[in-house]
Write a protein that binds this ligand. Structure first.
Ligand SMILES: NC(=O)c1ccc[n+]([C@@H]2O[C@H](COP(=O)([O-])OP(=O)(O)OC[C@H]3O[C@@H](n4cnc5c(N)ncnc54)[C@H](OP(=O)(O)O)[C@@H]3O)[C@@H](O)[C@H]2O)c1
Length: 343
């Protein structure tokens, strides 16, 4: 039987490209949404797409948040996976550039889906940051175990920095979906996925410059011997697991109208400094040669999460931090060696 056609946004991104790859590998037909025409060749020329491009068609939507933007592209679509979201970047207007766009995108997508009878499920990438107010990080609470029923309601402006705005934007977007479900009672159901700190090899990282971006720029300097002051929550998740969860979430076997936390090593989480133990155990030669330096440190803010519902629903276990970090370190080592070879 021919598989369903799935519409996916955010396919030029770190997680979204892996979602595209897994969906195509599993035989789904994909309608991929990009914002610019030139992004199509960037995607189709990626080595991972070899042999898979016949399964994907592209649609260009320059402004995903414009009302009616999705109206012409949902014909025959059974499921939608919506990952597109702006970065937590510095700007002179956090509400306009970080908080509002995800809400506008959700509205335009969900309103269009109301007019598309073929759509039976929408999967939306939320975040574990929606479980707690940003201010909780400065509290002394290390014992509460947060579940997918928790939702941060401390989202009012003003936003003093990009992180505050991102934190609020993800919580407001998640709440917006709950309200949409109760008010509109759509013919489709919705799953929101709540990844914690996503790590693991990035298919778009081709050199050290493109490697040290986003969360990796916060974590990976530890193996360059850097001592970092600002703590990071000790809740990692492997990017391949996050991507697989997005594709599995369109399957009817996973219950809809639910939110699922995506995080490994739960409930206790990990210590970021254990990255150095992973380096010593799996890459002793690189540690010996100094390519991996074990003198750095990154403080951990402990945060307990319960992802047992997710493991039960998806029927698989999250990859351990040790295995995820081993793969992340392998990508770093390869890029360092490539950069040395090209000098
Ligand atoms: N990475 C993490 O640790 C993490 C953790 C929890 C949740 N998440 C969530 O996971 C999703 C994907 O994250 P990612 O790490 O893969 O991010 P990413 O690499 O920055 O990719 C973001 C994607 O969103 C698109 N996008 C950005 N701004 C947009 C806008 N204003 N309108 C439409 N599309 C826009 C980008 O398209 P262009 O190429 O056209 O800019 C890109 O495809 C996001 O919803 C993010 O909040 C990520």
């Amino acid at each position: 039987m021919a598989k369903e056609t799935v519409l996916i946004t955010g396919i030029t991104g770190y997680i979204g490209f892996k979602v595209l790859y897994i969906a195509l590998s599993q035989g789904y037909r994909v309608r991929g949404v990009v914002r610019k025409e030139e992004q199509i060749s960037k995607i189709t020329s990626h080595p991972l797409m070899e042999g898979l491009t016949s399964g994907v068609e592209f649609v260009v939507i320059p402004e995903l948040g414009k009302s009616g933007a999705f109206d012409p592209v949902l014909d025959g679509i059974s499921a939608i996976i919506h990952l597109a979201s702006p970065l937590a970047k510095e700007t002179d207007d956090y509400s306009r550039d970080i908080v509002q766009p995800p809400l506008d995108m959700e509205s335009s997508l969900l309103e269009s889906a109301l007019n598309a009878p073929s759509v039976r499920r929408v999967v939306i990438t939320s975040s574990a940051v929606t479980l707690i107010p940003l201010s909780w990080l400065a509290s002394s609470d290390v014992d509460t175990v947060f579940t997918s029923r928790d939702l941060n309601t401390d989202t009012a402006p003003p936003y003093h920095n990009a992180m505050e705005a991102y934190w609020a934007s993800k919580a407001l977007a998640r709440k917006h979906v709950h309200e949409f479900l109760s008010q509109k009672k759509p013919h489709f159901d919705i799953i929101q996925l709540l990844p914690s700190v996503v790590i693991g090899p990035d298919d778009w990282a081709t050199d050290l410059e493109s490697f040290f971006v986003g969360t990796r720029a916060m974590i990976m300097p530890i193996v360059q011997g850097k001592v970092m002051e600002a703590p990071l929550v000790g809740v990692p998740v492997f990017v391949d697991d996050v991507a697989l969860a997005h594709v599995d979430a369109i399957k009817p076997s996973v219950s809809g109208n639910k939110d699922y936390i995506l995080s490994s090593d739960t409930p206790d989480g990990i210590e970021w400094n254990s990255t150095l133990d992973v380096a010593r155990k799996h890459f002793p030669r690189e540690v010996e040669s100094g390519l991996l330096q074990c003198t750095g440190s990154l403080p951990t803010r402990r945060w307990k999460l319960d992802a047992s519902d997710s493991e039960k629903a998806f029927g698989w276990k999250f990859t351990s931090f040790e295995n995820t970090m081993r793969k992340q370190l392998q990508q770093y080592i390869t890029l360092v060696k490539d950069s040395e070879a090209s000098i």
